[in-house]
Write a protein that binds this ligand. Sequence first.
Ligand code: PGA
Length: 249
Amino acid sequence: MHRKTIVAANWKMNGDVSLINEMTDALNTISISENQQVIICPPAPYLGALTQANTNARVAVGAQNINEQLKGALTGEVSALMLKDLSVQYVIVGHSERRSLFAETSGLVADKAKQALAQGLTPIVCIGESEDEREQGQTEQVLSEQLAPVLSALDNDELTDVVFAYEPVWAIGTGKTASAEMAQQTHRFIREFIAATDSDAADKVAILYGGSVNAGNYQELFAQPDIDGGLIGGASLKVEEFKTICLAE
Ligand code: PGA
């Protein structure tokens, strides 16, 4: 099964209008093949500017979060319906910063993924263990507990429309990357866990690696059979470096 390579930029609370213009211009200078998908996830206030600046059919726009409700008295929140209205195609849900700093549970992440799919958006569902959990041999248990509510909330035909991102918390923004071998082993586990619900979907679903991916390590990581690309934080703010990573096949 040859899956697309997806390179997704998570700008977090960084970037501005000039980065949007520089990035969209730079991505227009490279040839992104049919088998690749680039996604840029800027902060919410910049989604409209990015959808307007982006003229590249191989570059999609994504958000970093949604509320699980569609509308209402929820000051400061953004709904899947609004993203759809802006032609946003993807939304990150359950990033470890949302889980740890904003107390998002795996149940809430499942509700967000479900709502995204209901509005025709592709959720990028993030999962990952902390350093302590890895050291205590709990990685697979933690990932299972994060995945289970999502898998049970979705119908099997929805599952193929989800992108998963495995991001070990200890590798995010730290410069420490999981070795390609360790990442592959964990991605294999995730795919097998999904296969227990739906083996066909498990074959098709993209599982991205995230955590200190950069121009120096992306090739080895993306070459692993169960790694279908990356969710990139720090390196996605550097135009030249991100452009290089986008050329990954
Ligand atoms: P990083 O962030 O590439 O800066 O480690 C990745 C992420 O948090 O998605």
